[in-house]
Design a protein around this ligand. Structure first.
Ligand SMILES: [Zn+2]
Length: 154
């Protein structure tokens, strides 16, 4: 969570990927998270998708049930973020979110899960977005966070 260009201070590093999701009916695939049976990480990360379907998400068509399941789970995660943090924008990085169409499908799922309980702003096409820095977003963000905590003069 970034506020006015600064990562929100916290007790631990916030790990929104461990937010609990509601499993879809009939979904009994094991979670790949060692802590939780139904968190976003355990249900939607690349290893979880590979274990669940035996293939990466980008091998499925956007209308495939496998694709829509993952879109629903990411949409649930984003719904929880909207309700908890009310962010101006949600940036979705990582390999799974590179699958063509996943961000748009997740946005539709997010809006559906919000059930009308949010401003129209969350439905705008760029509310969910890929990181502008592409592959370098994670490491660049980590370096900037570390730089914020260096003693003066270093
Ligand atoms: Zn977890």
């Amino acid at each position: 969570m970034v506020v006015d260009g600064t990562v929100l201070p916290a007790l631990l590093h916030p790990e929104m990927g461990h937010i609990a999701l509601q499993r879809l009916p009939g979904d009994t695939a094991p979670s790949t998270c060692r802590f939780h049976d139904n968190c976003a990480e355990g249900l939607t990360a690349g290893p979880a998708i590979a274990a669940r379907f035996g293939a990466s998400l980008d091998t499925f068509a956007p209308e495939a049930p496998e694709f829509l399941m993952i879109a629903d789970y990411i949409g649930q995660l984003c719904c929880q973020l909207v309700l908890t943090l009310s962010p101006q924008r949600i940036v979705l990085g990582g390999g799974v979110c590179k699958a063509p169409g996943i961000i748009g499908a997740a946005q539709q799922a997010m809006v559906r899960h919000l059930g009308g309980y949010a401003p129209d702003a969350v439905a705008r096409p760029d509310y969910l977005a890929a990181p502008g820095m592409g592959e370098d977003a994670g490491i660049t963000g980590a370096a900037l966070c570390a730089a914020d905590h260096l003693p003066e003069g270093v």
